[in-house]
Design a protein around this ligand. Structure first.
Ligand SMILES: NC(=O)C1=CN([C@@H]2O[C@H](COP(=O)(O)OP(=O)(O)OC[C@H]3O[C@@H](n4cnc5c(N)ncnc54)[C@H](O)[C@@H]3O)[C@@H](O)[C@H]2O)[C@@H](O)CC1
Ligand SMILES: [K+]
Length: 499
């Protein structure tokens, strides 16, 4: 599903009207009706106060009010600006409401008290700048009322794009997003303002969205993962499932190799070879008998030769030997290369070499590692996650997996895929190593790099989500637990119908 900014959504509305010929008033009717039907379903018999702003978001509010009133609900329709502020499609639906025999009134704080549910149709994608009066006061009143708030399209005051969210924006309990998810839905703190959310279609043709959206950002869903899922054929042998090489672990961090190699094995790699220090081999082998080993003191070429994909980084330490291995791989390994964790230390210095690679390069930084790469801070990276990942991917011709809630996969050709699985149980040491193992295995399996990486990120979170559903507390979740449970989570994809 395509993710849009407010500007792109408005352009899609405009394209639909101008080039497809579907009237804006019809779109508004569709939007309001879809939202009202959802409200009726969720809140049968409850009393509503609908807060109507001066733009088209307010126009949706008039349609919602009329639809609820026609269905016999008790609704107080409150306009926030003066009556003369309404124009265009919104004024049209205000008139339809009036001619249908229903009234509206100017907003009064007491109107909030009468309601069980407050519908916020004040500000949507047309928001610009700081929130101004009278909305500022109304939002404060709504917050103070403690009533359940359902926002239409966006919680009022929350920008649709990757921008700072004003403290004074409205925190909704539920947001009915119209037609396409907006970018801010995938960003914190904005996501917290949305509450529970869903996207309702209002009849804007897909063509209109595809014509005007320049950003090429998409959600990567279960359906996407399922569509590309590689099922093992009965006649396959270990060589058909990829030979992967993993450079991981050292004396002090053998666990990182256990996690990443374990995840590679469990996610289907045919042969997993671990390049590590000799002294760490017994520890890793005792946990993972399926892996084979390669002594780190031997020539690196002997290790990567013949591998379908190689990953370097988890627990290798930040010494000069780590850097040398990364440089050697970047320069000489001609297959897909994944660089993670300690492998990313000083990665910025070797970008000219990276840009020269013909085979794909994938990096998997968390915001702290990303900040180091661009000489910034984690807060700044998180304040511009899309922009940061997209720019770095495009400028350097690599795939950037920027980790965090809603992990972003940015491709060198300017597309972005947002992951929607995972939970707070993943915010723990070792889970990144597990992700590296899954991506590595998928890189060896799939022809398309973005499909491999997005599907791996999806499955990592999907497995953690299943653990949560099974009653494992997020605080007790471990990387090993996730790796163990992959067999069940993967089975669901193996058995998914309709692929
Ligand atoms: N035909 C269309 O364009 C459709 C639009 N739809 C709705 O229309 C919304 C977008 O409509 P608009 O573009 O009219 O914009 P909005 O209705 O989101 O907001 C514009 C209004 O808010 C005021 N405003 C903007 N920033 C403000 C601020 N910081 N403080 C106080 N007031 C501010 C403006 O003066 C203007 O009156 C969508 O979110 C969606 O809900 C849907 O009805 C579908 C069809
Ligand atoms: K709103």
């Amino acid at each position: 599903m395509r993710i849009v900014t407010g500007g792109e959504m408005q352009n899609a509305d405009q394209y639909t009207m101008d080039h497809i010929g579907l009237d804006g008033r019809i779109l508004m009717e569709n939007a309001g009706r879809a939202a009202a039907l959802r409200l009726m379903e969720d809140y049968a018999g409850r009393k509503f106060t609908v807060l109507v702003g001066s733009g088209n978001n307010g126009g949706d509010g008039f349609v919602i009010s009329r639809t609820l009133l026609e269905a016999g609900f008790e609704v107080t329709v409150c306009i926030i600006p003066g009556e003369d502020r309404f124009s265009g499609d919104s004024e049209y639906h205000k008139t339809i409401l009036e001619k249908s025999g229903f009234g509206w009134k100017r907003y009064d704080r007491e109107d909030l008290e009468k309601a069980d549910i407050i519908v916020d149709a004040m500000l949507g994608t047309g928001l610009y700048g700081e929130i101004r009066e009278p909305y500022l006061t109304v939002i404060r009143d709504v917050t103070d009322s403690g009533k359940r708030v359902v926002s239409i399209d966006l919680p009022s005051g929350v920008p649709a794009a990757e921008e700072t969210v004003p403290e004074s924006a409205l925190r909704a309990d539920h947001t009915i997003i119209l037609q396409q998810p907006k970018l801010s839905f995938y960003l914190y703190p904005a996501r917290d303002y949305y509450g529970d959310s869903e996207v309702l279609q209002i009849g804007i043709p897909k063509r209109a969205i595809d014509e005007v959206a320049h950003s090429h950002r998409f959600e990567w869903t279960l359906a996407d993962t399922g569509k590309h899922w590689l099922k093992r054929s009965a006649s396959s042998h270990k060589g058909s499932h990829g030979k992967v090489g993993l450079i991981a672990g050292n004396d002090m961090m053998p666990g990182a190799a256990v996690m990443s190699a374990g995840a590679a094995v469990k996610s289907g790699a045919g042969l997993t070879m671990v390049n590590t220090v000799k002294s760490a081999v017994p520890v890793i082998a005792s946990r993972l008998p399926e892996a084979t080993f390669y002594d780190r003191d031997q020539s690196l070429e002997g290790f990567y030769k013949g591998k379908d994909a190689v990953a370097v980084g988890p627990g290798i330490g930040t010494g000069s030997d780590s850097r040398e291995m990364v440089v050697d791989l970047v320069d000489n390994f001609d297959g897909p290369l994944l660089i993670d964790a300690d492998g990313l230390n000083q990665f910025g210095d070797i970008l000219p070499l990276v840009r020269n690679r013909k085979a794909p390069t994938v990096i998997t930084p968390h915001p702290g590692e990303m900040a180091k790469l661009i000489d910034s801070t984690p807060a700044k990276v998180n304040g511009a996650r899309f922009e940061t990942a997209e720019k770095y991917a495009r400028n350097n011709g690599i795939y950037v997996v920027l980790k965090g809630p809603y992990t972003i996969v940015a491709t060198p050709d300017g597309r972005t895929f947002v992951n929607i699985t995972g939970n707070s149980g993943l915010a723990k040491g070792g889970t990144g190593d597990a992700l590296t193992g899954i991506i590595l295995s998928f890189l060896a399996h799939y022809d398309d790099v973005q499909t491999a990486v997005s599907s791996a990120v999806f499955m990592h979170g999907h497995t953690a989500d299943h653990l949560l559903e099974r009653g494992i507390a997020a605080s007790s979740m471990t990387a090993s637990g996730i790796i163990d449970y992959m067999e069940t989570a993967f089975n669901i994809l193996d058995n998914m119908q309709g692929r």
